[in-house]
Design a binder for this molecule. Structure first.
Ligand code: NAD
Length: 503
Protein backbone atom coordinates (compact mmCIF):
# COMPACT_ATOMS: atom_id res chain seq x y z
CA UNK A 1 0.00 0.00 0.00
CA UNK A 2 1.48 3.39 -0.93
CA UNK A 3 2.53 5.45 2.10
CA UNK A 4 1.31 9.02 2.70
CA UNK A 5 3.91 11.51 1.53
CA UNK A 6 4.71 14.85 3.09
CA UNK A 7 4.73 18.15 1.25
CA UNK A 8 7.92 20.20 1.64
CA UNK A 9 7.64 23.89 0.81
CA UNK A 10 9.66 27.08 0.96
CA UNK A 11 10.17 29.37 3.97
CA UNK A 12 9.80 33.05 3.16
CA UNK A 13 9.34 36.04 5.45
CA UNK A 14 9.29 33.93 8.61
CA UNK A 15 6.70 31.35 7.56
CA UNK A 16 6.13 28.33 5.31
CA UNK A 17 5.33 29.31 1.74
CA UNK A 18 3.72 26.77 -0.58
CA UNK A 19 4.85 26.65 -4.20
CA UNK A 20 2.35 28.00 -6.70
CA UNK A 21 2.89 25.50 -9.52
CA UNK A 22 1.93 21.86 -8.76
CA UNK A 23 3.70 20.80 -11.96
CA UNK A 24 7.04 21.99 -10.56
CA UNK A 25 7.77 19.51 -7.80
CA UNK A 26 10.28 16.77 -7.10
CA UNK A 27 10.13 13.46 -5.25
CA UNK A 28 12.01 12.89 -2.01
CA UNK A 29 12.98 9.29 -1.21
CA UNK A 30 13.87 7.19 1.79
CA UNK A 31 17.05 5.64 0.33
CA UNK A 32 16.82 2.61 2.65
CA UNK A 33 13.43 1.59 1.24
CA UNK A 34 13.49 3.20 -2.19
CA UNK A 35 10.03 4.64 -1.42
CA UNK A 36 8.92 8.21 -2.15
CA UNK A 37 8.29 9.86 1.22
CA UNK A 38 7.70 13.46 0.17
CA UNK A 39 7.27 15.95 -2.60
CA UNK A 40 9.23 19.17 -2.62
CA UNK A 41 8.16 22.38 -4.35
CA UNK A 42 10.55 23.80 -6.94
CA UNK A 43 10.68 27.59 -6.77
CA UNK A 44 10.01 29.72 -9.82
CA UNK A 45 11.90 32.95 -10.46
CA UNK A 46 8.91 34.80 -8.96
CA UNK A 47 9.13 32.78 -5.74
CA UNK A 48 12.87 33.37 -5.54
CA UNK A 49 12.05 37.06 -6.09
CA UNK A 50 9.64 36.95 -3.12
CA UNK A 51 12.35 35.44 -0.90
CA UNK A 52 14.94 38.01 -1.95
CA UNK A 53 12.39 40.78 -1.44
CA UNK A 54 11.64 39.51 2.09
CA UNK A 55 15.37 39.35 2.81
CA UNK A 56 15.97 42.83 1.39
CA UNK A 57 13.11 44.25 3.48
CA UNK A 58 14.48 42.66 6.65
CA UNK A 59 18.08 43.75 6.07
CA UNK A 60 18.04 47.43 7.18
CA UNK A 61 16.60 46.71 10.66
CA UNK A 62 18.72 43.57 11.12
CA UNK A 63 21.84 45.46 10.17
CA UNK A 64 20.96 48.10 12.79
CA UNK A 65 20.35 45.46 15.45
CA UNK A 66 23.20 45.51 17.92
CA UNK A 67 25.99 42.99 17.58
CA UNK A 68 25.27 41.57 21.01
CA UNK A 69 21.58 41.09 20.20
CA UNK A 70 22.48 39.37 16.92
CA UNK A 71 24.87 37.10 18.78
CA UNK A 72 22.25 36.35 21.43
CA UNK A 73 19.89 35.03 18.72
CA UNK A 74 22.67 32.68 17.63
CA UNK A 75 23.23 31.57 21.24
CA UNK A 76 19.50 30.71 21.48
CA UNK A 77 19.61 28.93 18.10
CA UNK A 78 22.54 26.86 19.33
CA UNK A 79 20.58 25.75 22.40
CA UNK A 80 17.53 24.89 20.29
CA UNK A 81 19.54 22.83 17.80
CA UNK A 82 21.22 21.02 20.68
CA UNK A 83 17.86 20.19 22.24
CA UNK A 84 16.40 19.01 18.90
CA UNK A 85 19.62 17.43 17.55
CA UNK A 86 18.14 13.92 17.52
CA UNK A 87 15.16 15.07 15.48
CA UNK A 88 17.37 16.94 13.02
CA UNK A 89 19.67 13.92 12.66
CA UNK A 90 16.67 11.62 12.08
CA UNK A 91 15.36 13.92 9.32
CA UNK A 92 18.77 13.87 7.64
CA UNK A 93 19.04 10.11 7.91
CA UNK A 94 15.54 9.54 6.52
CA UNK A 95 16.16 11.55 3.33
CA UNK A 96 19.93 11.16 2.83
CA UNK A 97 20.33 7.58 4.09
CA UNK A 98 23.38 8.14 6.30
CA UNK A 99 23.47 6.19 9.56
CA UNK A 100 22.28 7.79 12.81
CA UNK A 101 25.75 8.32 14.34
CA UNK A 102 26.96 9.98 11.13
CA UNK A 103 23.93 12.28 10.99
CA UNK A 104 24.48 13.18 14.65
CA UNK A 105 28.12 13.97 13.83
CA UNK A 106 27.01 16.24 11.00
CA UNK A 107 24.77 18.20 13.37
CA UNK A 108 27.58 18.45 15.93
CA UNK A 109 30.07 19.79 13.37
CA UNK A 110 27.50 22.30 12.11
CA UNK A 111 26.91 23.47 15.66
CA UNK A 112 30.61 24.23 16.01
CA UNK A 113 30.19 26.89 13.32
CA UNK A 114 27.17 28.30 15.15
CA UNK A 115 29.32 28.50 18.28
CA UNK A 116 32.06 30.23 16.30
CA UNK A 117 29.46 32.72 15.02
CA UNK A 118 28.36 33.43 18.63
CA UNK A 119 31.80 35.06 18.96
CA UNK A 120 31.27 37.45 16.04
CA UNK A 121 31.30 40.58 18.21
CA UNK A 122 34.95 39.81 18.85
CA UNK A 123 35.67 38.84 15.24
CA UNK A 124 34.15 42.01 13.82
CA UNK A 125 36.43 44.26 15.83
CA UNK A 126 38.30 46.61 13.51
CA UNK A 127 41.69 48.23 13.91
CA UNK A 128 42.33 51.72 15.30
CA UNK A 129 45.43 53.85 14.91
CA UNK A 130 45.64 57.03 16.90
CA UNK A 131 47.37 60.10 15.52
CA UNK A 132 48.32 58.73 12.08
CA UNK A 133 48.89 62.33 11.16
CA UNK A 134 48.92 65.13 13.64
CA UNK A 135 45.46 65.20 15.22
CA UNK A 136 44.17 62.54 12.81
CA UNK A 137 42.99 59.03 13.71
CA UNK A 138 42.39 56.08 11.35
CA UNK A 139 40.27 53.00 11.86
CA UNK A 140 38.81 50.10 9.95
CA UNK A 141 35.36 48.54 10.19
CA UNK A 142 33.66 45.62 8.47
CA UNK A 143 30.05 45.95 7.35
CA UNK A 144 27.49 43.45 6.03
CA UNK A 145 26.81 43.13 2.31
CA UNK A 146 22.98 42.92 2.27
CA UNK A 147 21.13 39.88 0.90
CA UNK A 148 23.40 36.87 0.47
CA UNK A 149 22.55 33.39 -0.83
CA UNK A 150 23.73 29.85 -0.09
CA UNK A 151 23.31 26.90 -2.49
CA UNK A 152 24.10 23.57 -0.87
CA UNK A 153 24.61 19.88 -1.77
CA UNK A 154 22.74 16.75 -0.70
CA UNK A 155 25.52 15.18 1.31
CA UNK A 156 25.39 17.51 4.34
CA UNK A 157 21.88 19.00 4.40
CA UNK A 158 22.41 20.62 7.82
CA UNK A 159 26.16 21.10 8.26
CA UNK A 160 26.95 22.80 4.96
CA UNK A 161 24.14 25.39 5.36
CA UNK A 162 25.48 25.91 8.90
CA UNK A 163 28.92 26.65 7.42
CA UNK A 164 27.25 29.68 5.85
CA UNK A 165 24.16 31.23 7.43
CA UNK A 166 25.25 31.61 11.10
CA UNK A 167 28.22 33.71 10.00
CA UNK A 168 26.30 35.59 7.32
CA UNK A 169 23.44 36.60 9.60
CA UNK A 170 25.72 37.16 12.59
CA UNK A 171 27.58 39.70 10.44
CA UNK A 172 24.25 41.50 9.81
CA UNK A 173 23.27 40.13 6.38
CA UNK A 174 19.97 38.52 5.48
CA UNK A 175 20.11 35.09 3.86
CA UNK A 176 18.37 32.99 1.21
CA UNK A 177 19.18 29.27 1.28
CA UNK A 178 18.63 26.94 -1.70
CA UNK A 179 19.22 23.45 -0.27
CA UNK A 180 19.52 20.24 -2.25
CA UNK A 181 16.19 19.04 -3.61
CA UNK A 182 17.17 15.49 -2.60
CA UNK A 183 16.99 16.07 1.19
CA UNK A 184 15.22 19.38 1.77
CA UNK A 185 13.52 18.86 5.17
CA UNK A 186 16.46 19.77 7.43
CA UNK A 187 16.45 23.32 6.02
CA UNK A 188 12.88 23.88 7.21
CA UNK A 189 13.53 22.63 10.73
CA UNK A 190 16.52 24.99 10.95
CA UNK A 191 14.29 27.85 9.69
CA UNK A 192 11.73 27.09 12.42
CA UNK A 193 14.43 26.99 15.09
CA UNK A 194 15.89 30.31 13.93
CA UNK A 195 12.42 31.87 14.19
CA UNK A 196 11.98 30.36 17.67
CA UNK A 197 15.40 31.77 18.62
CA UNK A 198 14.07 35.26 17.91
CA UNK A 199 15.44 35.89 14.42
CA UNK A 200 13.23 38.56 12.80
CA UNK A 201 11.07 37.46 9.87
CA UNK A 202 12.81 37.65 6.50
CA UNK A 203 16.40 37.47 7.79
CA UNK A 204 16.54 33.76 6.91
CA UNK A 205 14.59 32.32 3.97
CA UNK A 206 14.57 29.00 2.15
CA UNK A 207 13.71 28.42 -1.49
CA UNK A 208 13.53 24.79 -2.55
CA UNK A 209 14.22 23.81 -6.10
CA UNK A 210 16.49 23.07 -8.99
CA UNK A 211 18.55 24.98 -11.57
CA UNK A 212 15.72 27.48 -12.18
CA UNK A 213 15.86 28.63 -8.55
CA UNK A 214 19.66 28.75 -8.64
CA UNK A 215 19.69 30.80 -11.83
CA UNK A 216 17.15 33.23 -10.39
CA UNK A 217 19.42 33.78 -7.37
CA UNK A 218 22.54 34.14 -9.52
CA UNK A 219 21.01 36.88 -11.63
CA UNK A 220 18.87 38.70 -9.06
CA UNK A 221 20.23 42.25 -8.75
CA UNK A 222 19.61 42.38 -4.96
CA UNK A 223 21.71 39.29 -4.17
CA UNK A 224 25.17 40.58 -3.26
CA UNK A 225 27.06 37.35 -2.65
CA UNK A 226 26.67 33.63 -3.29
CA UNK A 227 28.22 30.74 -1.37
CA UNK A 228 28.03 27.41 -3.17
CA UNK A 229 29.06 23.89 -2.23
CA UNK A 230 28.55 21.04 -4.69
CA UNK A 231 30.11 19.33 -7.69
CA UNK A 232 32.89 20.92 -9.75
CA UNK A 233 31.02 21.51 -13.03
CA UNK A 234 28.21 23.30 -11.18
CA UNK A 235 30.68 25.19 -8.95
CA UNK A 236 32.44 26.51 -12.06
CA UNK A 237 29.10 27.55 -13.57
CA UNK A 238 28.02 29.28 -10.34
CA UNK A 239 31.31 31.15 -10.10
CA UNK A 240 31.29 32.30 -13.73
CA UNK A 241 27.60 33.27 -13.77
CA UNK A 242 27.59 34.91 -10.35
CA UNK A 243 30.75 36.94 -10.84
CA UNK A 244 29.68 38.11 -14.29
CA UNK A 245 26.48 39.36 -12.64
CA UNK A 246 28.73 41.39 -10.31
CA UNK A 247 28.41 39.22 -7.23
CA UNK A 248 30.98 38.05 -4.74
CA UNK A 249 31.16 34.23 -5.11
CA UNK A 250 32.82 31.38 -3.24
CA UNK A 251 32.10 28.06 -4.97
CA UNK A 252 33.44 24.87 -3.44
CA UNK A 253 33.55 21.92 -5.82
CA UNK A 254 34.21 18.20 -5.88
CA UNK A 255 37.16 16.20 -4.68
CA UNK A 256 39.43 13.21 -5.06
CA UNK A 257 41.19 12.83 -1.73
CA UNK A 258 44.35 10.74 -1.49
CA UNK A 259 45.82 9.05 1.55
CA UNK A 260 49.53 8.32 1.19
CA UNK A 261 50.81 5.40 3.25
CA UNK A 262 54.59 5.31 3.68
CA UNK A 263 56.41 2.03 4.44
CA UNK A 264 57.16 3.03 8.04
CA UNK A 265 53.48 3.67 8.89
CA UNK A 266 51.54 1.60 11.39
CA UNK A 267 49.58 -0.43 8.83
CA UNK A 268 46.75 -1.38 11.20
CA UNK A 269 46.17 2.29 11.99
CA UNK A 270 46.37 3.13 8.28
CA UNK A 271 43.91 0.35 7.33
CA UNK A 272 41.44 1.47 10.04
CA UNK A 273 41.72 5.04 8.79
CA UNK A 274 41.31 4.12 5.11
CA UNK A 275 38.17 2.09 5.83
CA UNK A 276 36.65 4.74 8.13
CA UNK A 277 37.39 7.62 5.77
CA UNK A 278 36.63 5.70 2.58
CA UNK A 279 33.29 4.19 3.56
CA UNK A 280 31.87 6.51 6.25
CA UNK A 281 28.67 8.06 4.88
CA UNK A 282 28.97 5.51 2.02
CA UNK A 283 31.81 7.58 0.56
CA UNK A 284 29.43 10.49 -0.06
CA UNK A 285 31.64 13.04 1.66
CA UNK A 286 33.72 15.68 -0.07
CA UNK A 287 36.51 14.79 2.38
CA UNK A 288 36.13 11.01 1.97
CA UNK A 289 39.35 9.20 1.13
CA UNK A 290 38.79 7.83 -2.37
CA UNK A 291 42.39 6.89 -3.23
CA UNK A 292 45.00 5.15 -1.09
CA UNK A 293 48.52 5.66 -2.44
CA UNK A 294 50.47 2.70 -1.10
CA UNK A 295 54.22 3.26 -1.25
CA UNK A 296 56.24 0.10 -1.97
CA UNK A 297 56.44 -2.42 -0.44
CA UNK A 298 53.29 -2.02 1.72
CA UNK A 299 50.62 -2.44 -1.00
CA UNK A 300 49.74 -6.15 -0.67
CA UNK A 301 49.72 -6.18 3.13
CA UNK A 302 47.72 -2.94 3.33
CA UNK A 303 45.09 -4.10 0.81
CA UNK A 304 44.70 -7.38 2.74
CA UNK A 305 44.17 -5.47 6.00
CA UNK A 306 41.65 -3.15 4.33
CA UNK A 307 39.75 -6.07 2.76
CA UNK A 308 39.57 -7.85 6.12
CA UNK A 309 37.97 -4.79 7.76
CA UNK A 310 35.62 -4.07 4.85
CA UNK A 311 34.21 -7.62 4.99
CA UNK A 312 33.09 -6.97 8.58
CA UNK A 313 31.22 -3.70 7.87
CA UNK A 314 27.53 -3.82 8.60
CA UNK A 315 25.53 -2.22 5.80
CA UNK A 316 21.93 -1.38 6.67
CA UNK A 317 19.32 1.32 7.18
CA UNK A 318 20.29 4.52 8.95
CA UNK A 319 17.66 4.13 11.66
CA UNK A 320 19.17 0.82 12.84
CA UNK A 321 21.84 1.72 15.40
CA UNK A 322 23.91 -1.30 14.42
CA UNK A 323 24.35 -0.09 10.81
CA UNK A 324 27.78 1.31 9.99
CA UNK A 325 27.10 2.24 6.38
CA UNK A 326 23.78 3.21 4.80
CA UNK A 327 22.47 3.21 1.22
CA UNK A 328 23.37 5.72 -1.48
CA UNK A 329 21.21 8.78 -1.96
CA UNK A 330 19.34 7.73 -5.13
CA UNK A 331 19.02 4.68 -7.34
CA UNK A 332 20.56 6.55 -10.26
CA UNK A 333 23.60 7.52 -8.18
CA UNK A 334 23.98 3.93 -6.90
CA UNK A 335 23.97 2.63 -10.49
CA UNK A 336 26.51 5.24 -11.60
CA UNK A 337 28.85 4.40 -8.72
CA UNK A 338 28.52 0.66 -9.44
CA UNK A 339 29.36 1.25 -13.12
CA UNK A 340 32.89 2.30 -12.10
CA UNK A 341 33.58 -1.21 -10.79
CA UNK A 342 33.09 -2.82 -14.21
CA UNK A 343 34.87 0.09 -15.91
CA UNK A 344 37.84 -0.23 -13.53
CA UNK A 345 38.20 -3.95 -14.25
CA UNK A 346 37.89 -3.28 -18.02
CA UNK A 347 40.65 -0.71 -17.78
CA UNK A 348 43.02 -3.07 -15.91
CA UNK A 349 42.32 -2.56 -12.18
CA UNK A 350 41.89 -5.53 -9.84
CA UNK A 351 38.57 -5.72 -7.98
CA UNK A 352 39.91 -6.76 -4.57
CA UNK A 353 36.53 -6.36 -2.84
CA UNK A 354 33.23 -6.36 -4.78
CA UNK A 355 30.60 -4.38 -2.85
CA UNK A 356 27.82 -5.64 -5.09
CA UNK A 357 28.10 -8.94 -3.21
CA UNK A 358 28.10 -7.39 0.29
CA UNK A 359 25.16 -8.47 2.51
CA UNK A 360 22.62 -5.84 3.54
CA UNK A 361 21.20 -6.17 7.06
CA UNK A 362 17.63 -4.84 7.13
CA UNK A 363 15.94 -2.18 5.00
CA UNK A 364 14.13 -3.15 1.85
CA UNK A 365 15.42 -4.83 -1.30
CA UNK A 366 14.24 -1.72 -3.16
CA UNK A 367 16.68 0.48 -1.18
CA UNK A 368 19.61 2.10 -2.99
CA UNK A 369 22.21 -0.35 -1.68
CA UNK A 370 25.78 -0.82 -2.73
CA UNK A 371 28.34 -2.34 -0.38
CA UNK A 372 31.95 -1.20 0.02
CA UNK A 373 34.38 -2.00 -2.82
CA UNK A 374 38.15 -1.84 -3.24
CA UNK A 375 39.80 -1.48 -6.65
CA UNK A 376 43.53 -2.26 -6.52
CA UNK A 377 46.34 -1.48 -8.99
CA UNK A 378 44.49 1.62 -10.20
CA UNK A 379 46.43 4.09 -12.37
CA UNK A 380 45.64 7.77 -13.04
CA UNK A 381 44.34 7.37 -16.62
CA UNK A 382 41.56 4.96 -15.52
CA UNK A 383 38.07 6.48 -15.23
CA UNK A 384 37.72 5.18 -11.66
CA UNK A 385 40.70 7.39 -10.78
CA UNK A 386 40.03 10.37 -13.02
CA UNK A 387 36.36 10.88 -12.06
CA UNK A 388 34.91 11.79 -8.70
CA UNK A 389 32.88 8.64 -7.93
CA UNK A 390 31.34 9.93 -4.67
CA UNK A 391 30.42 6.50 -3.36
CA UNK A 392 31.81 3.50 -1.43
CA UNK A 393 34.66 2.67 -3.81
CA UNK A 394 38.23 2.89 -2.57
CA UNK A 395 40.94 2.88 -5.23
CA UNK A 396 44.49 1.80 -4.42
CA UNK A 397 47.36 3.26 -6.46
CA UNK A 398 50.79 1.69 -6.01
CA UNK A 399 53.78 4.10 -5.94
CA UNK A 400 57.46 3.09 -5.94
CA UNK A 401 58.53 5.88 -3.54
CA UNK A 402 57.58 9.04 -1.68
CA UNK A 403 58.35 11.33 -4.63
CA UNK A 404 56.11 9.41 -7.02
CA UNK A 405 53.35 9.33 -4.40
CA UNK A 406 53.38 13.12 -3.99
CA UNK A 407 53.43 13.53 -7.77
CA UNK A 408 50.20 11.53 -7.99
CA UNK A 409 48.49 13.64 -5.31
CA UNK A 410 49.67 17.02 -6.59
CA UNK A 411 49.06 16.04 -10.22
CA UNK A 412 45.36 15.44 -9.59
CA UNK A 413 43.14 18.29 -10.81
CA UNK A 414 41.26 18.34 -7.49
CA UNK A 415 42.90 19.63 -4.33
CA UNK A 416 40.40 19.37 -1.50
CA UNK A 417 41.90 17.12 1.19
CA UNK A 418 44.76 14.67 1.57
CA UNK A 419 46.51 12.73 4.32
CA UNK A 420 49.83 11.07 4.95
CA UNK A 421 50.32 8.10 7.24
CA UNK A 422 53.86 7.77 8.56
CA UNK A 423 55.94 7.77 11.74
CA UNK A 424 58.59 9.92 10.08
CA UNK A 425 58.12 13.52 11.20
CA UNK A 426 60.46 14.84 8.53
CA UNK A 427 58.53 13.13 5.73
CA UNK A 428 55.24 14.41 7.15
CA UNK A 429 56.59 17.95 7.39
CA UNK A 430 57.88 17.84 3.82
CA UNK A 431 54.51 16.51 2.62
CA UNK A 432 52.50 19.26 4.32
CA UNK A 433 54.90 21.81 2.86
CA UNK A 434 54.91 20.67 -0.75
CA UNK A 435 51.62 18.94 -1.50
CA UNK A 436 49.23 20.99 -3.68
CA UNK A 437 46.05 20.45 -1.69
CA UNK A 438 44.07 22.82 0.55
CA UNK A 439 43.53 20.65 3.66
CA UNK A 440 46.14 18.19 4.89
CA UNK A 441 46.09 15.50 7.59
CA UNK A 442 49.06 13.85 9.25
CA UNK A 443 47.90 10.45 10.48
CA UNK A 444 44.39 12.01 10.37
CA UNK A 445 42.40 10.77 7.37
CA UNK A 446 39.61 13.39 7.28
CA UNK A 447 41.30 16.68 8.13
CA UNK A 448 38.16 18.85 8.24
CA UNK A 449 39.29 22.12 9.83
CA UNK A 450 37.64 23.26 13.04
CA UNK A 451 35.08 26.06 12.72
CA UNK A 452 37.63 28.69 13.75
CA UNK A 453 39.86 27.75 10.80
CA UNK A 454 38.55 28.00 7.26
CA UNK A 455 37.44 25.08 5.06
CA UNK A 456 38.26 24.89 1.38
CA UNK A 457 40.33 23.17 -1.24
CA UNK A 458 42.60 24.25 -4.06
CA UNK A 459 42.45 23.94 -7.85
CA UNK A 460 39.17 22.42 -9.17
CA UNK A 461 37.86 22.06 -5.62
CA UNK A 462 37.35 25.82 -5.15
CA UNK A 463 36.42 28.69 -7.43
CA UNK A 464 36.99 32.06 -5.79
CA UNK A 465 39.52 33.23 -3.26
CA UNK A 466 37.75 32.74 0.03
CA UNK A 467 37.28 29.52 1.98
CA UNK A 468 34.21 29.03 4.17
CA UNK A 469 33.81 29.72 7.91
CA UNK A 470 36.62 30.83 10.22
CA UNK A 471 37.96 34.32 9.63
CA UNK A 472 37.73 33.88 5.84
CA UNK A 473 33.99 33.32 6.23
CA UNK A 474 33.66 36.54 8.21
CA UNK A 475 35.63 38.31 5.51
CA UNK A 476 33.43 36.89 2.75
CA UNK A 477 30.21 38.15 4.31
CA UNK A 478 31.49 41.65 5.09
CA UNK A 479 33.25 44.46 3.30
CA UNK A 480 35.92 46.63 4.79
CA UNK A 481 35.76 50.36 5.25
CA UNK A 482 38.69 52.52 6.31
CA UNK A 483 37.89 55.79 8.08
CA UNK A 484 40.26 58.70 8.59
CA UNK A 485 38.98 61.20 11.10
CA UNK A 486 40.01 64.56 12.52
CA UNK A 487 38.11 66.45 15.16
CA UNK A 488 38.67 70.13 14.94
CA UNK A 489 41.01 71.64 17.45
CA UNK A 490 42.39 75.14 17.67
CA UNK A 491 45.44 74.24 15.57
CA UNK A 492 43.32 73.36 12.54
CA UNK A 493 43.09 75.73 9.65
CA UNK A 494 44.19 76.69 6.18
CA UNK A 495 43.55 75.42 2.66
CA UNK A 496 45.94 72.84 1.18
CA UNK A 497 45.35 71.42 -2.34
CA UNK A 498 48.20 68.90 -2.08
CA UNK A 499 47.59 65.15 -1.71
CA UNK A 500 47.14 64.31 2.00
CA UNK A 501 50.44 63.23 3.52
CA UNK A 502 51.39 62.70 7.12
CA UNK A 503 52.38 65.72 9.06
P1 NAD B 1 25.43 19.19 -7.19
O1 NAD B 1 26.49 20.04 -7.77
O2 NAD B 1 24.68 18.27 -8.08
O3 NAD B 1 24.31 20.11 -6.48
C1 NAD B 1 24.66 21.12 -5.57
C2 NAD B 1 23.58 22.19 -5.58
O4 NAD B 1 23.52 22.78 -6.88
C3 NAD B 1 22.19 21.65 -5.27
O5 NAD B 1 21.50 22.60 -4.49
C4 NAD B 1 21.57 21.51 -6.65
O6 NAD B 1 20.17 21.68 -6.64
C5 NAD B 1 22.23 22.61 -7.45
N1 NAD B 1 22.42 22.26 -8.86
C6 NAD B 1 22.59 21.03 -9.39
N2 NAD B 1 22.79 21.10 -10.74
C7 NAD B 1 22.73 22.41 -11.06
C8 NAD B 1 22.87 23.13 -12.28
N3 NAD B 1 23.09 22.51 -13.41
N4 NAD B 1 22.77 24.46 -12.23
C9 NAD B 1 22.55 25.11 -11.08
N5 NAD B 1 22.42 24.48 -9.88
C10 NAD B 1 22.51 23.15 -9.86
O7 NAD B 1 26.10 18.39 -5.97
P2 NAD B 1 25.45 17.25 -5.08
O8 NAD B 1 25.34 16.01 -5.90
O9 NAD B 1 24.25 17.74 -4.37
O10 NAD B 1 26.60 17.07 -3.97
C11 NAD B 1 27.74 16.26 -4.17
C12 NAD B 1 28.90 17.07 -4.68
O11 NAD B 1 29.19 18.13 -3.78
C13 NAD B 1 30.17 16.26 -4.79
O12 NAD B 1 30.83 16.61 -5.98
C14 NAD B 1 30.97 16.68 -3.57
O13 NAD B 1 32.37 16.53 -3.68
C15 NAD B 1 30.60 18.12 -3.48
N6 NAD B 1 30.82 18.65 -2.16
C16 NAD B 1 31.89 19.47 -1.98
C17 NAD B 1 32.17 19.99 -0.74
C18 NAD B 1 33.34 20.89 -0.52
O14 NAD B 1 33.43 21.45 0.56
N7 NAD B 1 34.22 21.08 -1.48
C19 NAD B 1 31.36 19.65 0.36
C20 NAD B 1 30.26 18.82 0.14
C21 NAD B 1 30.00 18.32 -1.13
Amino acid sequence: MPQATKHISHWIGGKPWAGSDPARRGDVYNPATGQVTGTVDFASAAEVGAAVEAAAAAFPAWRQTSLTKRASVLFSFRELVRSRAGELAALISAEHGKVASDAAGEVARGLEVVEFACGLPHLLKGGFSENVSTGVDAYSIRQPLGVVAGITPFNFPAMVPMWMFPIAIGCGNSFVLKPSEKDPSASLLMAELLAEAGLPDGVFNVVQGDKDAVDALLTHPDVRAVSFVGSTPVARYIYETGTSAGKRVQALGGAKNHMVVLPDADLDLAADAAVSAGFGSAGERCMAISVVVAVDPVGDELVAKIAERVARLRVGPGDDERSEMGPLVTGAHRDKVASYLAAGVREGAVLAVDGRQHPVSGGSADGFWLGPSVLDHVTPPMSCYADEIFGPVLSVVRAPGYTEAVEVVSGNPYGNGTAIFTNDGGAARRFTHEVEVGMVGVNVPIPVPMAFYSFGGWKSSLFGDTHVHGTEGVHFYTRGKAVTSRWLDPSHGGVNLGFPVNS
